[in-house]
Design a protein around this ligand. Structure first.
Ligand code: TMP
Length: 212
């Protein structure tokens, strides 16, 4: 059986990626492609519990290494119990965030060394990475405005503008240095306009999958 593709959706808070994942799922399913939609941190019972621990605002300061280890603990579980089995069944895995988010948030936002993240990435993924990463990019003023309309904020959404600027800059620099894997999408347009760009990027993968 042919393996599915692993496609990740990245971007800052309020970039509209969740809406786009739902639309992509719908159009792939209509095309007869088996799809598994999942997210990070999370995607399995245990990893979702870790997500709860990570996102909950708390009085205690969370050490950045604690945060990083929890993220990769959830990722190891998610890979073993959800992502790899789904790909082996021939499903396309649409994942709301993956390791690029760790570089963006824990390096770009928190200032953690890239080499520390890379060490854990190697331990947990052993070279495994997405087939395609769609990066939904928008200026921070726009994403901040979208977040303000959302209600209660989690531990990451409470970080300020400088943190979010760092996240965005790291995402964009990774997209530049891994241009084959990344597709940067202007997330400031309407849902329909953004979806048209997403579909255009996925078209080649769909065509390749059909003839494989
Ligand atoms: P979400 O709000 O897009 O569901 O993502 C949950 C939060 O977790 C988001 O604020 C970003 C953060 N996060 C990290 O800090 N590092 C990571 O590696 C991942 C996957 C998410």
């Amino acid at each position: 059986m042919r393996n599915g593709y692993f496609i990740t959706f990245e971007g800052g808070e309020g970039s509209g990626k969740s809406t786009q994942i739902a639309l992509v799922r719908e159009s792939l399913e209509q095309a007869g492609i088996p799809v598994c939609v999942t997210r990070e941190p999370g995607g399995t019972e245990l990893a979702e519990e870790i997500r709860g621990v990570l996102l909950e605002p708390r009085a205690e300061i969370v050490d950045v290494n604690t945060e990083l280890l929890l993220i990769f603990a959830a990722r190891a579980q998610h890979l073993a119990q959800c992502i790899r089995p789904a790909l082996a069944r021939g499903e396309w895995v649409l994942c709301d965030r993956f390791t690029d988010a760790t570089y963006a948030y824990q390096h770009g936002g928190r200032g953690l060394d890239v080499s520390t993240i890379a060490t854990l990435e190697q331990l947990v993924q052993a070279g495994f990475s997405p087939d395609m990463t769609l990066l939904f990019d928008a200026p921070i003023d726009i994403t901040l405005q979208r977040m303000r309309n959302r209600g209660a904020l989690d531990r990451f959404e409470r970080e300020g503008r400088a943190f979010m600027e760092g996240v965005r800059a790291t995402y964009l620099s990774r997209a530049q240095s891994e241009a084959d894997r990344f597709r940067v999408i202007d997330a400031t347009g309407s849902i329909e306009a953004v979806n048209a760009a997403v579909k255009e990027h996925l078209k080649r993968l769909v065509d390749r999958w059909r003839v494989s």
